[in-house]
Design a protein around this ligand. Structure first.
Ligand code: SF4
Length: 415
């Protein structure tokens, strides 16, 4: 496809501020791990982070570390380390990369943040299986290795509606974590502090939603690839003032772009929805590939998964249960299809890319006929690209390029 001009990658000015608060976060975690008085909890990405924070834990998210291993392209060489101790190359490549990094005693943190050698040693590991079983296996390995307690929530799965019965179940499971956490932290849960933390999570999530929804504008002021970077504070600093302040700043910048009609992709011509995980080691290449074709990948299920409208400071624990159950990944295909259809309409989408990630079946929604069903109902074409979030041996750059170019040609013919 002929290109009129080389696209510009537009820098988001707030990136500097984001990098600063992420740096502060990692140094604080490192200090907490060395401190005599502070305790460290590891938490899955949609685990009970609000509870942990309200109880004074410094909270580390191994998935964030694993994504850094992917983005720095360290993961592919580390995965075989975990394979040799019995963790299959077919299971979550976050898990295998992270355990591989532990075994090899390496971390991307040491390059990014001088003085930090590794993720902080945990005092407790807390999971929620709402996303997959792999997180429990992952944390259980560390529990055995480091001899620390591992507790969590075993979530219901594949439901369409978040019913009161399901909320009761998860509420009780969250409540059951409290005595162990109190014992480890050495302090009683302060309900007022939990309310404040949940209120901050609610505020953060609301701002993050507004940030992502700026992409309803044409041209869209940010892309999915920008979103994967700027979601950092929503993932690791949910429930803090820093995250709220950051998204206020980012939102202001993006609204200015909207007012000035500045698109993240020059001469935006095609509007694309991304379904599934990013390929962390190919963020830049994919961003450039689509921008070259005047295609803006402007919205995704993945980035939108950190929007939790159900947090409610008036009813903190129950609302946490509701929020964690509302997550896209834990829902039935019926719900997922309704959700995606609404997103296609809201963001005026021309085409969908499904990333079939080899080692993450839970986040790969192209395997049970969804693309065909949605295409039949909406008329919006789709393309499935095979790859992986972290294991670059599963990624064929040539095939991805050829398929994406052909797909955009197809969209062009429909215009
Ligand atoms: S959802 Fe996928 S990427 Fe995330 S922890 Fe589970 S298997 Fe790994």
């Amino acid at each position: 496809m002929a290109q009129a001009q080389q696209p510009q990658r537009k820098k988001i000015e707030s990136t500097g501020q984001m990098m600063k608060i992420m740096s502060d976060y990692f140094y604080d975690l490192n200090d907490a791990a060395k401190s005599e008085t502070r305790k460290v909890a590891w938490c899955t990405s949609v685990g009970p982070a609000e509870l942990l924070r309200a109880m004074g834990f410094a909270v580390h998210f191994p998935e964030n570390h694993a994504a850094m291993l992917g983005a720095t392209r360290m993961a592919t060489e580390l995965i075989p380390e975990a394979n040799t101790i019995g963790y299959s190359p077919d299971i979550c490549s976050y898990l295998t990369a992270d355990i591989g990094a532990y075994l090899k005693k390496v971390s991307p943190l040491s390059k990014a943040y001088p003085g930090i050698d590794a993720p902080p040693r945990p005092d407790v590991l807390v999971y929620n299986t709402n996303q997959c079983r792999d997180v429990q296996d992952w944390f259980s390995w560390y529990a055995r290795e480091l001899k620390v307690p591992c507790i969590g929530i075993t979530s219901p799965k594949n439901f369409t509606d978040v019913t009161e019965i399901l909320i009761d179940d998860v509420t009780r499971q969250i409540e059951a974590l409290i005595p162990t956490l109190e014992e480890i932290s050495g302090q009683k849960l302060d309900l007022q502090r939990l309310r404040e933390t949940v209120a901050l999570s609610r505020e953060c999530t609301e701002l993050w939603r507004q940030v992502l929804e700026t992409a309803t504008a044409a041209p869209a002021p940010l892309t999915f690839f920008d979103g994967t970077i700027h979601m950092g504070p929503a993932v690791v600093l949910r429930g803090t003032r820093q995250a709220v302040d950051y998204y206020q700043q980012l939102l202001e910048e993006l609204r200015q772009r909207m007012a000035d009609k500045v698109g993240a992709v020059d001469n935006e011509k095609y509007r694309i929805y991304w379904e599934g995980m990013p390929v962390w080691g190919r963020l830049r290449q994919h961003s450039e590939l689509f921008a070259d074709l005047q295609a803006s990948v402007l919205v995704s299920t993945y980035c939108s998964s950190w929007i939790f409208p159900d947090f409610d400071a008036e009813d903190p624990i129950r609302s946490m249960a509701k929020a964690y159950l509302g997550l896209f990944i834990v829902r039935s295909d019926t719900y997922k299809e309704q959700y995606i259809k609404a997103m296609l309409e809201k963001f005026h989408i021309d085409g969908i890319i499904y990333h079939d990630a080899k080692t993450c079946p839970c986040n790969s929604n192209s395997r049970y006929g969804m693309p065909q069903r949605l295409e039949q109902e909406t008329g919006i074409p789709s393309l499935v690209i095979s790859g992986d979030l972290n294991d670059l041996r599963c990624v064929s750059d040539e095939q991805t390029r050829t398929n994406v170019e052909a797909f955009i040609e197809q969209l062009e013919e429909r215009k």
